[in-house]
Design a protein around this ligand. Structure first.
Ligand SMILES: [Zn+2]
Length: 356
């Protein structure tokens, strides 16, 4: 029940060649696989939606494919087809159960890994959002991490290694993942997802280099919400403190959204709203300093942006960007949306209200 075997087939391609960017990570795997020196524990670091899970899937395929070329799985042999269909028995993916990855989940992983893989040469176990492991869960995982039973490869996904116990980090081979180049992502969205170029540009630029986020933002449900979120930010300066607080609580409770490395369809929530707001303030800065307009994200709102830019200062815009960025990090770390949004929206409102 805690153990969730899932393949992220909808949004993420499986083979190394289908992963956008991340050349360093691919180069690393090309080297260790060709030299047959495959470390048994990895820590993949980087923001959500840049290809960490896809790389774990590509690695599983490359290691188990019967006819691989270099690190590229053939895609048609039985293990490849099982992986592509999401029913490869030796790919295990664990994600937080609520806020945390609990000790019971890790005990179950330990127990499962103690048996030989069902059919694979290498079984791969991915711990999604590894920073969500409780201290007990992390401690219970240490021994497995140091010496996994033969035939097992462990992959821990995390945003920043700082959020993990040093004893966990030191037992893993670290593989950093970078935010994706925005223009490459826009091209990919147009070519592979057949997205309208204006929409691809807006979501690509607003996503901060996260393909996962860009894909979520490209859903129709996001576009409906986007108007609501932009109207919020437009009316924020005219709100009283009380109304701003109401908006904060509404945002925190209504915009639940969902974790990022999940397989199920995702309802857009606070991460998307904050990404949009960050893009909005960046656009205002672009207008304000007279930077080239083709760098703007919300190109369909250029008239409103031009209007607003007349009565805001560069200092306030910079402070707003910092506040939104801090909110994204606090949300990830503290997981208390009411507190984070209250602090953030009141801070933003203060920056623009006439009282300051
Ligand atoms: Zn194959």
């Amino acid at each position: 029940m805690w153990l969730c075997v899932s393949i992220l087939g909808t949004y993420f391609k499986m083979r190394f060649s289908e992963i956008i960017g991340q050349e360093k990570a691919k180069g690393f795997f090309r080297r260790v696989i060709s030299e047959d020196r495959i470390p048994h524990a990895y820590l993949f670091t980087g923001i959500a939606g840049v290809g960490k899970t896809s790389t774990a899937i590509a690695l599983t395929m490359a290691l188990n494919c019967r006819r691989p070329t270099d690190i590229e799985a053939c895609g048609v042999c039985p293990p490849c087809r099982q992986m592509a269909g999401g029913n490869f028995p030796d790919f295990i993916s664990i994600k937080p159960d609520g806020q945390n990855i609990k000790i019971e989940q890790i005990r179950e992983v330990n127990r499962r890994l103690s048996f030989a893989p069902v059919s694979a040469r290498y079984r791969v176990c991915v711990i999604q959002q590894a920073e969500a492991m409780t201290r007990e869960a992390a401690n219970s995982f240490l021994k497995t991490l140091e010496e996994p039973p033969p035939g097992n490869i462990l992959v821990l996904n995390a945003v920043e290694p700082l959020n993990l116990l040093p004893t966990i980090v030191s037992r893993c081979q670290r593989v950093p993942f970078q935010p994706l180049p925005v223009e490459a992502m826009i091209e990919w969205l147009v070519r592979v997802k057949e997205m309208d170029r204006e929409r691809a540009t807006i979501v690509g630029r607003a996503s901060g280099g996260s393909l996962g986020l860009a894909l979520r933002m490209s859903e129709d449900v996001f576009w409906e919400k986007r108007d609501v979120w932009i109207s919020r930010i437009l009316k924020l300066p005219s709100l009283s403190k009380g109304d701003a607080l109401t908006m904060a609580m509404e945002s925190a409770t209504k915009e639940k959204g969902r974790g990022s490395d999940d397989a199920e369809p995702i309802e857009p929530g606070l991460p998307e709203m904050l990404a949009l707001w960050g893009g909005w303030y960046r656009d205002l800065l672009i207008v304000k300093v007279g930077a080239p307009k083709h760098l703007m994200t919300n190109i369909d709102f250029r008239d409103q942006l031009n209007d607003v830019a007349q009565y805001v200062t560069i200092e306030n815009l910079t402070a707003s960007l910092v506040a939104v960025d801090q909110a994204v990090r606090d949300l990830r770390r503290m997981g208390n949306p009411q507190l984070v949004m209250g602090h953030t929206i009141l801070g933003l409102q203060r920056l623009y209200s006439n009282e300051t």
